[in-house]
Ligand binder design. Structure first.
Ligand SMILES: Nc1ncnc2c1ncn2[C@@H]1O[C@H](COP(=O)(O)OP(=O)(O)OP(=O)(O)O)[C@@H](O)[C@H]1O
Ligand SMILES: [Mg+2]
Length: 286
């Protein structure tokens, strides 16, 4: 399932004194099966952009084409789009509202009109993907869960819809490093195994660098840079100017190069960096 965004402009509170241009003439293509990282500092327009992708926000100007269908046209059924494009909001745990974890995760599939058996299979699968033990958690109230578990339950609720495109808006914000790594590796596994398209919104270059194939960098409502991560990281000056910077390991590589230690100029892939550094420090582990 591909998403194509053409000349998208979005203005909040248009015509009022609070008018804000959140997106300005954004053009973007996301192909089926890609794992894309969307990064940008606070207020750069990331959440506004992704909410257009499942029709939650209508463009002020421009078009959103999902699998060849222009979803900005009035006759398009948004419920059909939302089945296929799953969006996990920033701080989704605030949207858990059912009495039990089971009911919460079953909410979407129930609304799709699926039968009980199919719903049950989907809830179990979704909980399995996010590593929430079915027997242990199904009857718990979502409010009894820890922060990380709530986040996983919310993600499971979207996964139970079996979307073809999964959009996650800062899925690890506010979690401790362990919770963060667990959720990110679950997302990565889901992408690799199910071949679904994933769009991961993050402030963190570290997270993005580890996971995605392509990075989209936003700045002030516009796309500043886009390309394979290795290409994007070549623009370190510009990334720093817009408050982003590089993953830590690349600063190390740049510092080594500045000291005249030869690391191949094109070595920017993480495994390659690791083996280059290990070679330099003695070669034993390379
Ligand atoms: N509901 C709203 N009403 C008015 N202005 C808004 C609203 N939501 C966002 N904005 C403004 O639109 C711009 C883009 O905001 P958006 O939330 O899309 O950025 P973001 O990149 O997701 O930021 P963050 O990293 O903080 O989540 C900002 O200037 C923001 O203040
Ligand atoms: Mg946001």
């Amino acid at each position: 399932m591909s998403i194509s965004i053409k000349n998208l402009t979005y203005i909040y509170d248009q015509g009022s004194p609070f008018e804000t241009m959140a997106l300005e003439d954004v053009n973007l293509e996301i192909e089926k099966g890609e794992f894309v990282g969307l990064i940008g500092h606070t207020g750069s327009g990331k959440s506004t952009l992704i909410q257009h992708m499942n029709g939650l926000i209508k463009p002020t100007m421009g078009q959103i084409i999902v699998n060849g269908f222009n979803i900005t046209e009035d006759k398009v059924k948004l419920s059909e789009i939302r089945k296929k494009v799953g969006l996990v909001f920033q701080y989704p745990e605030y949207q858990l509202f059912e009495e039990t974890v089971y009911k919460d995760i079953a909410f979407g599939p129930t609304n799709l009109g699926l039968d009980k058996e199919e719903i049950d299979i989907r809830v179990r699968n979704a909980m399995d993907i996010v590593s929430l033990d079915f027997e242990e958690y199904k009857e718990k109230s979502p409010f009894e869960l820890s922060g990380g578990q709530k986040r996983r339950a919310a993600i499971a609720g979207v996964l139970a819809m079996e979307p073809e495109v999964l959009i996650l808006d800062e899925p690890t914000a506010g979690l401790d490093p362990r919770g963060r790594d667990e959720i990110l590796s679950q997302i990565k596994r889901l992408h690799d195994e199910k071949k679904i398209t994933v769009i991961l919104v993050s402030h963190s270059m570290e997270d993005i660098a580890k996971l995605v194939d392509r990075i989209i960098v936003m700045h002030n409502g516009k796309i500043e840079l886009t390309g394979p991560k290795e290409e994007v990281f070549k623009h370190s000056k510009r990334l720093e100017e817009i408050g982003l910077g590089l993953p830590q390991i690349l600063y190390l590589v740049n510092a080594l190069r500045a000291k005249g230690i030869p690391i191949d100029e094109n070595v920017i892939a993480f495994d390659a960096i690791k083996s280059e550094i290990l070679k330099l420090v003695g070669g034993k582990h390379a």
